[in-house]
Every structure is written in structure tokens, then in C-alpha cells.
Design a protein around this ligand. Structure first.
Ligand SMILES: [Zn+2]
Length: 327
């Protein structure tokens, strides 16, 4: 028996110049670094589309040497402005994963709301006290743990942020249960950020016309959640609603619901998520687990991806560890 083929999948979020406005502080890849990465990738790999991976499994279609799939999450407008033109010029196919509520209803993703709250707040200590008060109240109802427990885990400096910022980000991004976290994020955004959500969403995310143009140019459009909720936090019917809501993206851009590709919000999934996607005809689904992707029938709905930061941004850099492993 021949061993399964291996592909490299890379995930990108924001790709933007340093002076990127309201979301300049979000983790992103600089446009110049991205250009270098594409050149590096073209030297060492053969870019293919995510549908090529599916065809390799379904039809036994051979893949070129060292296949690589570039994926772009969340449907940011910088993908249209800075990524798409370069990919087109270099004839590199890619897969884009917009979030349905951001694309269609122009809702802001929580991760972007939190960034705006931090960028707009003038008294960080007061923000921390407000969050702690909410957490304290919710913990008395048994909805989450007391603030001291979260402090013990998350009050610490990171490479970029002081402890208070790390604490706010982690609690609001994922540490609190969604039942406490989501209303708290909405409330903070409403009271602290003066920019209208709709206007900010229009600045941040691509629209349906942008994605139509990308699809017409040969790019693949996949689904990436309705509200970008981590699937394992939901019961089965909630997961089904989140996935079915996500698939509205395919309809909006005229992509087929047959043989579609999916990207789990925050990479998170469980057996229920995989079963629901399989039942709907999903042929490949991507996580954020960092590894090379083994293309085997039983593994297509839990494919790992490398982070963009795992790749050199200098076209002439020697092959990195992940590149050597793909040889
Ligand atoms: Zn995402």
C-alpha cells in the first residue's frame, strides 16, 4: 500500500501594511513579509487549491511535488486589497474563508470587537475592574469561575502585551464561557467604542461582490462559521445551526454546496462537528493544529495547518524545518 500523500496548508488572518487603522494592533502579517513568503513558497512548493486535495482523495488525481494550499480566514478586506492582486499576478490559487454574519449581516467578529475596545479605552484599570465585577456576579450564579481563578491563569505578560492586556484579551476571547463572554463583549463594545459596528465592518471585511470577483478568478471560497463560535462549546443542534448558517456564504457567492470546504472557527471541533459536516457533503475541513496534512480519506475533515509565522518571509531563506519535512 502506498503511504498517504502529504500536503502543506498555511493559514493567514490579517495581511496588511503597518499603518492599518483601527485593527493595526491585531496579529497580522506585514504585506512586504507576505510578498517574501509567496516568493519563498514558489521556490520550494507547488501551490494547489483545496479542491485539488479533495480530487486527490476522491478521484486519485495526482498532486504535484510538495503541494501547498494557502488559506485566508475571516474574510478581511485586506485580502482583497493586498493578497488577491499578488496571488493573481503570481498565479497562486488560494482558499478564502469568510464568516457568514460578517459577510452578510455586516456584524463584527468578537476578536475585532475586543481589539477595538482595547484601542479605544482610556482607563485600562477601570476596564479590568468592570470585567472583574461582571465575572464576580456571573460566578455567584454558577455561570463561570470567580475572577481570582482567571487571574491566576491569565494575569501575565506576553511577548507584546502587559499583564492587564493579556488578561482582558484572554477572558474576552475564550477563557470565559460563551454565555458570559458574548454579552460582555457586546456590552463593552457598545459603551467604549464610539464607531458604528456596521461602518467598522464595512471597513474591515470584504463584501459579496469582492468574493464573486475572487471566485471568478479561480479562488476557492469556503465556509467558516455563522457567528464564528467555537463549535465544541455548542450542543449538537447549536453546532448544526452554526454550520448551516456558515453555508450561507456558499449560496451568497454562488459556490456549490456539493463538495465544499470548511474551516473551523478557532480550529475547534469535536466528533459531532465532523459528523455534521460529513452529513452535509463537506469534503475537506481545516483546523489550526500545526502539522503537515496527511491526505487520507479518514483525515480530510480534520486537516492541520501551519501558521503563516512558521514560514520565512525572505524569498532566499534556507528551507525551514517544516519545508524540510515536506521534502
Ligand atoms: Zn476565524
Amino acid at each position: 500500500m502506498t503511504p498517504p500523500q502529504v500536503a502543506t496548508v498555511v493559514m493567514y488572518h490579517l495581511v496588511q501594511p503597518p499603518d492599518a487603522g483601527p485593527v493595526a494592533g491585531l496579529k497580522s502579517v506585514d504585506v512586504a513579509a507576505f510578498r517574501g513568503q509567496v516568493a519563498y513558497i514558489r521556490r520550494h512548493y507547488t501551490p494547489v487549491s483545496s479542491i485539488d486535495l479533495v480530487a486527490a482523495i476522491d478521484a486519485g488525481s495526482p498532486l504535484p511535488p510538495r503541494p501547498i494550499v494557502l488559506t485566508f480566514d475571516d474574510g478581511y478586506r485586506c485580502h482583497r486589497d493586498h493578497v488577491f492582486p499578488l496571488l493573481q499576478a503570481e498565479r497562486v490559487p488560494a482558499t478564502f474563508f469568510p464568516v457568514a454574519s460578517a459577510l452578510i449581516e455586516r456584524r463584527l467578529l468578537d476578536v475585532n470587537k475586543i481589539q477595538c475596545v482595547l484601542a479605544s479605552v482610556d482607563d485600562l484599570d477601570r476596564l479590568v475592574r468592570e470585567i472583574d465585577a461582571e465575572v464576580e456576579a456571573a460566578s455567584r450564579n454558577g455561570d463561570c469561575l470567580p475572577p481570582s481563578t482567571y487571574r491566576a491563569t491569565w494575569w501575565r505578560a506576553s511577548r507584546w502585551d502587559p499583564p492587564a492586556v493579556v488578561y482582558v484579551k484572554r477572558l474576552l476571547q475564550h477563557a470565559l464561557p460563551d454565555a458570559v463572554r458574548v454579552p460582555l463583549v457586546d456590552d463593552l463594545f457598545r459603551t467604549i467604542v464610539s464607531i458604528d459596528e456596521r461602518r467598522l465592518a464595512d471597513d474591515l471585511y470584504m463584501d459579496v461582490d469582492d468574493l464573486h470577483a475572487m471566485k471568478a478568478a479561480g479562488m476557492t471560497i469556503g465556509a467558516h462559521g455563522d457567528r464564528h463560535v467555537r463549535l465544541p462549546t455548542l450542543p449538537e443542534d447549536g453546532q448544526a445551526r452554526e454550520i448551516d448558517g456558515a453555508l450561507r456564504v456558499l449560496d451568497a457567492v454562488g459556490a456549490s454546496r456539493e463538495a465544499f470546504v470548511y474551516c473551523y472557527a478557532n480550529g475547534e471541533h469535536d466528533e459531532t462537528s465532523v459528523d455534521l459536516l460529513r452529513a452535509r457533503g463537506c469534503r475537506a475541513a481545516f483546523t489550526t493544529r500545526p502539522d503537515l496534512a496527511r491526505l487520507a480519506a479518514g483525515e480530510m475533515l480534520t486537516l492541520p495547518r501551519l501558521d503563516a509565522n512558521d514560514f520565512p518571509s525572505d524569498a532566499n531563506a534556507p528551507p525551514s524545518e517544516w519545508t524540510r519535512r515536506a521534502f
